[in-house]
Design a binder for this molecule. Structure first.
Ligand code: SF4
Length: 382
């Protein structure tokens, strides 16, 4: 398959691995004194484990798993607010499938559905729009969730609803942005981060320049990367070469897909429909200024928070909910510990009986360890 197989070529991988080993040796990286490279995106975490890259690279490279899984960083309080909305009798609540099993404080959307709430899985916000057209006597709410990758499609659906004059469609907006949590992690004196591998699909929308501050203000390299094994290996090599050469730059390994300045149509839709929230709550990171998006007043008719008075739109304000006892979700989410360090991993928390979102989401670090580490990961946890 063109554009896939050449990025999984074992011969080419061997040669990039050799180059990584050479540069790692040149900079003196060892198992005891590793170079810490954060892969921001959960999709990258899964690719690293699926292809065993963590075991193939030089011992002196340590991957730190970042907060780039939108389902995982959603705090429990926000899941509770989804359920509050979904259980309103007039509401058809629509969501992508990977949010269905994320536990709130009392239940997940899946359990709320079993209890009688009208919750439907969709593949796109356009499916939710179609439901709204077909059910004029019901309120259709779409669970808008994700980073800059999915934000434009929700914006386009709101613009389309406005053009059609639909009055029974709204979005529960949980769209978030990548740069603010990276800044929060860089400002954390306990974090040791030597460089970053950035999510290519996010940069398809925003380009590479929103990351300039990482190089300019913090002196760290970031390489925007694709998702195939050779993409990731080449990105790791580019980060190491920058460290060796004393450079800190934002480079684009995924230039076959990522335009330097992003996608103008998507950026225009985002800026027309949304504005930054003053603050937004992240699992494990707490409240981060201007890290989430809200729907602008011009489109308030399509804002489920304003329409139903739930969440940040509620007059009473909203409560921050702690993690379940013993769960290390926040620490794993921010790369402070590995999934196998969580006392619940593989025992109190499994894909079948998840305690945290990281074990449920297709991009969650705990799910990656469990799925690809298998028995070894579970043994390591015991
Ligand atoms: S194993 Fe479960 S409880 Fe522990 S960090 Fe992962 S998702 Fe959270």
């Amino acid at each position: 398959m063109r554009y896939v197989e050449e990025f999984r070529d074992p011969k080419a991988a061997k040669s990039v691995l050799a180059a990584i080993a050479q540069v790692a040796d040149e900079i003196g990286a060892t198992r005891d004194k590793p170079v810490h490279i954060m892969e921001i995106c959960g999709g990258h975490t899964h690719a690293i484990f699926r292809y065993g890259l963590d075991k193939l690279v030089h011992d002196g490279i340590e991957f730190i798993h970042g907060p780039g899984c939108p389902v995982c960083v959603l705090p429990r309080s926000r899941v509770d607010e989804c359920i509050e909305l979904a259980e309103l009798p007039e509401v058809i609540f629509t969501t992508f499938g990977d949010a269905m099993r994320v536990p709130g404080t009392k239940k997940s959307l899946m359990q709320a559905k079993a209890d009688g709430a009208d919750i439907r899985m969709v593949y796109s916000p356009l499916d939710a729009l179609e439901l709204a057209r077909r059910n004029p006597d019901r309120e259709v709410v779409f669970f808008g969730l994700g980073f800059e990758t999915t934000t434009p499609s929700t914006a386009f659906s709101i613009q389309q609803a406005a053009r059609e004059g639909l009055t029974n469609f709204s979005v529960f907006c949980n769209h978030i942005t990548v740069p603010p949590p990276i800044k929060a992690l860089l400002d954390d004196p306990h974090m040791v981060l030597d460089g970053f591998v950035g999510p290519g699909h996010v940069s398809m929308v925003i380009g590479v320049h929103p990351y300039d501050f990482i190089a300019q203000d913090y002196g760290k390299p970031l390489v925007v990367s694709g998702f195939e094994p050779l993409d990731l290996l080449q990105s790791v090599l580019m980060v190491l070469e920058q460290i060796r050469d004393g450079r800190a730059e934002i480079e684009n390994q995924y230039a076959r897909v990522v335009p330097e300045h992003g996608n103008p149509a998507s950026l225009a839709a985002i800026s027309e429909v949304y504005e930054p929230r003053p603050t937004f709550e992240w699992r494990g990171l707490g409240e981060i200024d201007e890290s989430g998006l809200r729907i602008r007043d011009a489109y308030a008719a399509f804002d489920a928070e304003a329409k139903f008075g739930i969440g940040y739109g509620a007059a009473k304000g909203r409560a921050v909910v702690e993690e379940p006892e013993g769960a290390a979700c926040g620490l794993v989410m921010t790369g402070r510990c590995k999934p196998t360090d969580c006392p619940k991993f593989g025992t109190g928390c499994t894909p079948e009986m998840p305690l945290g979102a990281l074990m449920v989401s297709s991009e969650g670090a705990c799910a990656a360890y469990y799925q690809y580490g298998g028995a070894r990961a579970t043994e390591a946890a015991e």
